[in-house]
Design a protein around this ligand. Structure first.
Ligand code: HPA
Length: 260
C-alpha cells in the first residue's frame, strides 16, 4: 500500500481549467508509463495545504471526454504524492432536485462508457486483481465537501447516482429515461474510469459535480451551450468556495491511513 502523504489533488473539468486562490509553487510537465496527462501539474498550497491541480480536458479545453488519458492523469497525480482526488465534473441533472447551478456530491456510479482504458491491471501481470468498488466515493471526503457547502449556503444535493456516458454527444430523451429507470440521478461523461483508477491505486476519490443543464428531455427545450455556460457562470463560484473551505480538512483526512 502507498506510504502516507497528505497531498490533495483536484481534477478540474469543464469550467474549471485553472484554480484561483491557489498559491502556486510550480508547474511541471510529466510523463507516466501510461502516456501524457491532459495538462501540466500545477503545484501549490491552499491555506498551507499542499494541492496539485490538473485540468482534465487540457488547458485550454481541447480533449473530449472519451479521449482523456484517465490512466496518465491518475498516475501522474499519484506520483506527485496525491492520495485524495477531488474530481470536479460538469453534469446534467436528472433528479428533480438537481437543476442547473446546483452542486451534487453523489454516492454511487453506474458506468455506461465503453472502449476507454479503464484499468492499471493489464499487460504483463503476476496476478489478476479485482478491487472492491462497492463505495466508489470516499465517505469522509464527501462529508467534508457537504459541510463546506452548508457553511457557505451553496445549494447542493448530497446524494445521487452518477451515470457515466460515453459522449461527446449528449443523450437522447429515451436514454435519459432509461438511465432514470436504472436509478441514475445525474449524468456526465468523465466520472469513469477516473474513479475506478483512483481506487486501483488506493487513493481516496470524491466527485464534486456542478449541474450545468437539465438532462435531455427533462425540460421543455433542447440543451444549448448558452444555457450550459450560464449555469457554469452561476455555479462555479460555489464550487470554488467549497474547494477552498474543505482543503485543510481534506489534508487531515488524507494524512490518515489510506483506505485500502
Ligand atoms: N449529459 C452528459 N454529460 C453532461 C451533461 C449531460 O446532459 N451535461 C454536462 N455534462
Amino acid at each position: 500500500m502507498s506510504e502516507t502523504s497528505s497531498v490533495v489533488g483536484i481534477i478540474g473539468g469543464t469550467g474549471l481549467t485553472t484554480l484561483s486562490g491557489l498559491d502556486i509553487t510550480g508547474a511541471r510537465t510529466v510523463e507516466t508509463p501510461w502516456g501524457s496527462p491532459s495538462s501540466e501539474l500545477v503545484e501549490g498550497s491552499f491555506d498551507g495545504q499542499s494541492v496539485v491541480f490538473l485540468s482534465r480536458h487540457g488547458n485550454p479545453h481541447r480533449i473530449p471526454p472519451h479521449q482523456v488519458n484517465y490512466r496518465a492523469n491518475i498516475k501522474a497525480l499519484y506520483d506527485a504524492g496525491v492520495r485524495t482526488v477531488i474530481g470536479v465534473n460538469a453534469v446534467g441533472g436528472i433528479h428533480r432536485d438537481m437543476g442547473p447551478a446546483c452542486v451534487v456530491i453523489p454516492e454511487q456510479i453506474i458506468d455506461y462508457t465503453w472502449g476507454r482504458a479503464g484499468t492499471f491491471f493489464e499487460g504483463d501481470l503476476e496476478q489478476v486483481t479485482h478491487i472492491d468498488f462497492t463505495w466508489p466515493y470516499d465517505q469522509g471526503a464527501r462529508s467534508i465537501l457537504m459541510q463546506a457547502a452548508t457553511a457557505h449556503d451553496v445549494p447542493f444535493a448530497g446524494f445521487g447516482v452518477y451515470g457515466a456516458t460515453q459522449g461527446p454527444r449528449l443523450e437522447t430523451a429515451a436514454e435519459i429515461r432509461r438511465m432514470e429507470r436504472d436509478g441514475c440521478d445525474l449524468v456526465g461523461m468523465t466520472g469513469m474510469p477516473e474513479a475506478a483508477l483512483a481506487a486501483e491505486l488506493g487513493m481516496r476519490y470524491v466527485c464534486l459535480g456542478l449541474v450545468v443543464n437539465w438532462a435531455a428531455g427533462k425540460s421543455d427545450h433542447i440543451i444549448t451551450m448558452a444555457e450550459i455556460e450560464a449555469a457554469i457562470e452561476q455555479g462555479m463560484s460555489g464550487v470554488r468556495q467549497i474547494l477552498e473551505t474543505s482543503m485543510a480538512d481534506l489534508g487531515v483526512l488524507t494524512a490518515l491511513a489510506q483506505p485500502s
